[in-house]
Design a binder for this molecule. Structure first.
Ligand code: OAD
Length: 251
């Protein structure tokens, strides 16, 4: 189902007034923004072959060490699924918002690369990118691969793995610093399609609240952030973001 098939929405006029004036925007996105493209959210039940596996148990160093083949296969399946999807109206609205507000900084927890495919630039990838690989030992980047088994690293001979952040791993330092710096000066912070459960990503909204930026959440369901956000807009990202973009453009 897409946002356009949903009930009409109305952006609160107080929010519109704020957004029209706001120069420094930070938008943090989570897997909900790609749900309308057909990419299952992280916590959604996996389908078919993978229904028996819990993503939180596959996306770990431990899982890869114990069973690299299964973890690699799961990523190959997700890579293929993502390659067959396209950016949706929410991704495209953010491209237009970035054109209208060139200072807008986009931070994504998503590893699917759909923001970049839509045309967003300077995307801060908080959790890496599923299409890239790196060595599980020496960490050097490796080539993309469609192989059924994890290939060997050309540098050290150990196995390549997807270049994503797994549970228990640190956020890439450059991404963390760039996001923290953006929050320091933002007027408005959007949290879109994320459950606000996974730290340190969820802490970005908390910093924005502490800094008294206007915090706007867009989500189908309430989250731990909803009651503290200045505006909690319930519904589809593919419906709210285009509506907001139109109003900012109309100014
Ligand atoms: P989750 O799967 O935890 O949450 C997705 C959120 O999107 C939920 O709150 C849904 O209500 C909301 N949602 C679903 N469809 C939506 C739509 N069309 N419009 C608006 N909201 C919608 O995904 P994330 O919060 O992204 O981390 O998860 C964060 C991180 O946890 C992921 O990056 C991943 C995962 O564990 C790592 O891999 C380290």
């Amino acid at each position: 189902m897409t946002g356009s098939e949903q009930d009409p929405i109305e952006v609160p006029s107080t929010l519109v007034n704020t957004l029209v004036k706001a120069e420094q925007w930070v938008v943090m996105t989570g897997s909900g923004i790609s749900a309308e493209s057909g990419v299952p959210t992280f916590r959604d039940a996996q389908t078919g072959l993978w229904a028996q596996y819990n993503p939180q148990q596959l996306a770990t160093q431990e899982a890869f060490k114990n069973n690299p083949h299964v973890v690699w296969q799961w990523y190959q399946w997700r890579r293929e699924l993502i390659r067959n999807t396209s950016p949706n109206p929410a991704h495209r609205a953010l491209v237009e918002l970035q054109r209208l507000r060139p200072n807008l900084i986009l931070v994504t927890q998503n590893v699917d690369g759909l923001h970049q495919r839509a045309g967003s630039t300077n995307v801060i990838e908080f959790h890496g990118n599923i299409h890239r690989n790196k060595c599980s030992h020496c960490q050097k980047p490796g080539p993309e691969s469609e192989a059924a088994q994890p290939p060997d690293c050309a540098q050290c001979g150990e196995l390549l793995r997807p270049n994503v952040v797994w549970f228990g791993e640190s956020i890439p330092r450059v991404a963390l610093q760039a996001a923290a710096q953006a929050i320091e000066t933002c007027d408005v912070f959007f949290s879109v399609g994320t459950s606000s459960l996974v730290y340190p990503a969820a802490a970005l909204a908390e910093t924005a609240l502490t800094r008294q930026a206007v915090v706007v959440e867009i989500n189908l369901n309430p989250t731990p952030l909803s009651s503290r956000a200045d505006f909690a807009l319930q519904g589809f990202a593919g419906q709210w973001l285009p509506a907001i973009t139109d109003l900012v453009r109309a100014g």
